[in-house]
Design a protein around this ligand. Structure first.
Ligand code: ZN
Length: 179
């Protein structure tokens, strides 16, 4: 399955639900498919291990500059060319807050300090767990980078249509937190 369709029909991130894994990371034997506890899993006939696929954790940061929200225009699929929250995947061994600030810096050029948790967003059949923080901009200069082709500030009451399934709920949660 390519990507994950949520209720709106838009994939949250282009990340296959059952990422093809061909070889056992423990012994190098070729993996096969097997039902484990009723779920299809990749299984190693060499050493008998089951290769579990973990969820992907992504982080986003919502931060205002002079009362306006920093958004980025996506330079990659899905939602190529659409305005979206600055976000990206958490590296293994990186704190989620640090990842949110790092991605924000990479995509907007702005330094931000992560603040309160806005929420954690996940769904059945979706491999991505998105963690959203509010943040305070403490420096930098607005300039698109990394996977973003543009970065701009928007009046929170006049945002462009956002592309991902959780976006409206994230905005509502963020407004409730700020209010
Ligand atoms: Zn093995």
């Amino acid at each position: 399955m390519d990507g994950v369709l949520a209720t709106s029909g838009q994939p949250l991130y282009s990340f296959p639900m059952t990422e093809e894994m061909r070889f056992c990371q423990a012994c190098g034997h070729e993996l096969g498919d097997r039902l484990v506890d009723g779920k299809p899993r990749r299984h190693c006939g060499g050493c008998g291990r089951t290769a579990f696929l973990d969820p992907k954790v992504a982080a986003a940061l919502l931060a205002l500059v002079d009362g306006k929200l920093a958004l980025v225009k996506r330079g990659i699929e899905p939602a190529l060319g659409r305005w979206a929250f600055p976000s990206g995947f958490v590296d293994r061994g990186e704190s989620v807050e640090d990842a949110a600030a790092r991605e924000f810096k990479e995509e907007t050029g702005l330094d931000a300090k992560p603040g309160r948790l806005v929420g954690v967003y996940s769904g059945a059949g979706n491999p991505v767990v998105l963690v959203v923080y509010e943040g305070a901009v403490v420096g930098g200069r607005l300039e698109a980078g990394h996977d973003a082709v543009d970065a701009a500030l928007f009046d929170p009451d006049e945002l462009p249509p956002l592309p991902f399934p959780h976006d409206e709920r994230i905005l509502a949660d963020w407004r409730a937190l700020a209010g």
